[in-house]
Write a protein that binds this ligand. Structure first.
Ligand code: 7GP
Length: 822
């Protein structure tokens, strides 16, 4: 019989007085420092433990409740979780932000400064990783039994510095000062095997079986982080795996006594979880990456089997106990690994194992870009996972038999759908594996899900249409409004109460205040104070003065040609050029703000950053411009640095080539915080516009079908260049060296690509974009009307709460119910 532990008031109490005592206690007993000797980091750690203590009893009650209720659990498998700093978020979810602020300020410490001490866990690149983080927040808030499974990278996404206008990558040492939010669980470590060969044998019951003799192995150690929901007792777990050398590995058995090579391999094993691959939407067929993928997938699946065992459930119960979501194809090897565990380890017969696998797994696709599609060279794959290759061959043989039966004589289709690409060098197609092994397949916005069915997954849609559905992305209003935008939060709550933080649809109630002059004034005041804060940050970090009364026009996201930051740049150059031609030109003063990282190996993206910073240098320094336009590139865009950006934006740039942005989630964060969108009909922009109303959205550009048709008929960017004087002038100015101290070569690759290929149709969309920007310019002058549009945007964003997305997944894919934790 377990004894109920005596929980001391100091560990759970929520009043400022108790919080203060607990904080000092933690400072003394955990950091070992009296007030007088403590550094800012000591204070931060003491503060973090004070908060963590208050989460731990929820965490333990949650675990006991789930065990007692035998809950069905959502397992979200993702190679990336871009969590952002935990402290502020946990304070919001515990509902003690103000009490803690009071407690800390009572000690004459700067509360915001301590919160800013946290090094965020940047364990993701961009949208896909941040989506996973928003989903964990919603899963906990909706009281859904769930577990996030991923990789504990020692180095997350690099820190970005800008030197001489260029991006420079700095190693992200986020664990340098320790991580108070995680608890290592070495007692639940698992072993992961790699390489070697397989051999058939007959077991003692006379069954034909296959044995995998691996060449090396690593140990996976789980590190658990509690994920607390908003004002509920539910605290779920994010379980991230770290690779370590195995305790005892009988390398002599495989290595003929080659001791040094074996030791080398042990060192290599620890490199497995060292670093996150910094590519966004570009596949790099590196062996270490495949090791990472298999490592965390196998760790997680083995963990699920252990849970099943601990709860004394039979193997058949696996798909009832667990529903596993594959966040893109990075964990798609789960299809083969689950089959291997069932068939080879647990001796389940193939058909039965296949049923379990399909019933368990579901797959989300996050991009249509062909360069992102994962396909592993067969030799590389075979060297690392020989048994999995055999299993994939078997899955493929059985699957293609069914294809041939349904589409008799259609050999081309069979070849297209094969799990193995055999046109030349052979590859394993991970998206195909994910589709075949899952019972559900979804895209992340309505348009994207349609395009999936019409393009990359067309054959699969025709084969099993019932598997396909859409789940439009969402973002958590806890971090992206309540925490990031306290002034707007306070204003909204003063009008409609605080229920909207959990039920974002309630924001609709703001519509009844849209004509209220006093409310409009307060709305503007809130936006202005947010702009002022961002201006102060920019001044502080970059020593650039920006005017909070100018229009803040923001594009922040990963730098990518398809996202077209250079189209935005062309607009700036056009404005600059018209001011130079006509120095008295009257325009709405604008501050152009950019932020985002480029993949280190993506030259064109890095050149786009250089172009923006080069334009900034010239424009900001030109006395003729007289502050009518300013350009700022905010370095090191990450979750922390993004939080003051969304609330300060007037205009949100969502200008990807139609059909290429699967959803976007920044678009949602901006609009929720009262920014208007200028955007193409792409990704979730389509649905945002539907919700907020076409009259409150600045639409421009070709639509997906027009993009396809134009490319089909033979697109020639030259025609646009020669027929549009402003466009020609802007491009010529860049080519002339005006922004590069006379250097005509610097931007040549970028200019040439636009003039000769322009795969993302900037030139085709330029005129429409500029015309739309002129409308923005005019609309902003009508302050009242702009305010009205801004309020309506925020009021109508209920659909884009990640709570709605998660409810859709729960109902339509995962079939799970909430379990209340008392
Ligand atoms: C992104 C998509 O580009 C973005 O449109 C979407 O909002 C986000 O996923 C979340 O669904 N994709 C990635 O970040 C990515 O790396 C390649 O995709 C697998």
């Amino acid at each position: 019989m377990l004894m109920q532990i005596q929980v001391e008031e100091d560990r759970i109490g929520l009043s400022p007085e108790i919080l203060r005592r607990a904080f000092l206690d933690n400072l003394f007993y955990i950091q070992g420092k009296p007030l007088a000797l403590a550094t800012k980091n000591d204070f931060y750690i003491a503060l973090a433990y004070t908060v963590r203590d208050r989460m731990l009893h929820c965490w333990n009650s949650t675990a006991s409740t789930y065990t007692a209720r035998g809950s069905r659990t959502v397992c979200y498998l993702s190679a990336e979780f871009l969590m952002g700093p935990h402290l502020g978020n946990n304070l919001i979810n515990l509902g003690i932000y103000d009490q803690m602020k009071q407690a800390i300020e009572g000690l004459d410490l700067d509360f915001e400064e301590l919160i800013a001490q946290e090094e965020e866990p940047g364990l993701g690149n961009g949208g896909l990783g941040r989506l996973a983080a928003c989903y964990l927040d919603s899963l906990a808030t909706l009281e859904i039994p769930s577990m996030g499974y991923g990789i504990r990278y020692e180095f997350g996404i690099f820190d970005q510095e800008i030197r001489d206008g260029w991006q420079v990558e700095i190693t992200d040492k986020w664990l340098r000062y320790g991580n108070p939010w995680e608890l290592p669980r070495p007692e639940w470590a698992v072993e992961i095997k790699f390489g070697g060969y397989t051999e058939p044998f007959t077991d003692d019951q006379g069954r034909y079986r296959v044995r995998w003799i691996p060449a090396w192995s690593v140990k996976g150690v789980p590190y658990d982080t509690p994920i607390l929901g908003y004002q509920v007792n539910t605290a779920n777990t994010l379980r991230l795996w770290k690779a370590e050398a195995p305790e005892s590995f009988d390398f002599e058995a495989f290595n003929q006594g080659n001791y040094y090579r074996a030791v080398q391999e042990k060192v290599a094993s620890e490199n497995l979880t060292k670093v996150l691959y910094p590519n966004d939407e570009k596949f790099e067929g590196k062996q270490l990456r495949l090791q990472q993928q298999f490592f965390f997938v196998s760790c997680s699946l083995q963990d699920m089997f252990h849970i099943l065992e601990r709860q004394q459930l039979p193997l058949e119960a696996f798909p009832q106990k667990f529903t596993v979501q594959l966040n893109d194809t990075h964990p798609a090897i789960a299809v083969a690994e689950l089959m291997r565990l069932l068939v080879d380890k647990y001796l389940v017969e193939w058909d039965k194992a296949w049923d379990i696998t399909q019933q368990t797994l579901a797959y989300t696709n996050h991009t249509l870009l062909p360069e992102a599609l994962e396909k592993w060279a067969l030799d590389l794959f075979a060297g690392l996972l020989p048994r999995h290759l055999e299993i994939i061959y078997e899955i493929n043989a059985r699957f293609l038999d069914r294809v041939r039966l349904k589409f008799v004589g259609d050999a081309e289709r069979t070849a297209r759908m094969s799990l193995i690409d055999e046109q030349g060098a052979r590859y394993i197609r991970m998206a195909h594996l994910a589709c075949v092994g899952s019972h559900a397949i979804n895209g992340v916005a309505a348009l994207h899900s349609e395009l999936l069915k019409q393009t990359v997954l067309k054959d699969f849609y025709e084969f099993f249409p019932e598997k396909f559905s859409n789940k439009t992305n969402g973002v958590t209003p806890r971090r992206w409004i309540a925490l990031s935008n306290p002034s707007m939060t306070k204003l909204i709550t003063s009008k409609i109460g605080s229920g909207w933080i959990k039920h974002l649809d309630q924001l609709r109630q703001l519509e009844s205040f849209v004509g209220d002059i006093e409310f409009q004034r307060q709305w503007r005041e809130s936006k202005r104070s947010n702009k002022q804060s961002l201006a102060a940050l920019v001044k502080n970090r970059l020593d650039i003065t920006i005017d909070p009364d100018s229009l803040f026009d923001v594009q922040s996201k990963r730098i990518h040609e398809y996202k077209r930051q250079h189209l935005n740049a062309l607009h700036i150059v056009t404005l600059y050029d018209s001011i130079k031609q006509n120095p008295t030109l009257e325009i709405t003063p604008r501050t152009f703000i950019f932020g985002g990282k480029a993949a280190p190996g993506y030259y064109m993206a890095k050149l786009m950053i250089k172009l923006i910073t080069a334009i900034a240098e010239v424009v900001n320094g030109d006395p003729d411009v007289r502050d009518r336009i300013k350009v700022v590139f905010i370095p090191d865009y990450n979750v922390t640095n993004s939080q003051p950006v969304y609330p300060a934006a007037d205009l949100s740039e969502q200008i990807s080539t139609a059909g290429l942005e699967a959803s976007g989630t920044g678009n949602m964060k901006f609009a929720m915080n009262g920014a208007l969108t200028i955007g193409t009909l792409d990704g979730a922009n389509v649905e945002i516009r539907e919700e907020v109303g076409a009259e409150n959205f600045f639409l421009f550009g070709l639509i997906t079908e027009e993009v396809a048709a134009l490319k089909e008929q033979g697109y020639n960017p030259w025609d646009y260049y020669h027929s549009n004087d402003a466009l020609k002038a802007a491009i010529d100015l860049i080519a002339s060296g005006h922004f590069s101290h006379g250097d005509r070569d610097l931007f040549k690759p970028l200019v040439d690509k636009l003039l000769h290929h322009d795969p993302f149709l900037l030139l085709a969309d330029y005129a429409s974009y500029i015309e739309c920007q002129t409308k923005v310019d005019q609309a902003y002058r009508d302050t009242q009307h702009w305010t009205r549009m801004s309020i309506l945007n925020a009021a109508r964003m209920g659909k884009f709460s990640s709570d709605r997305s998660i409810r859709d997944y729960c109902k339509e894919i995962w079939k799970v119910q909430p379990i209340e934790v008392l």
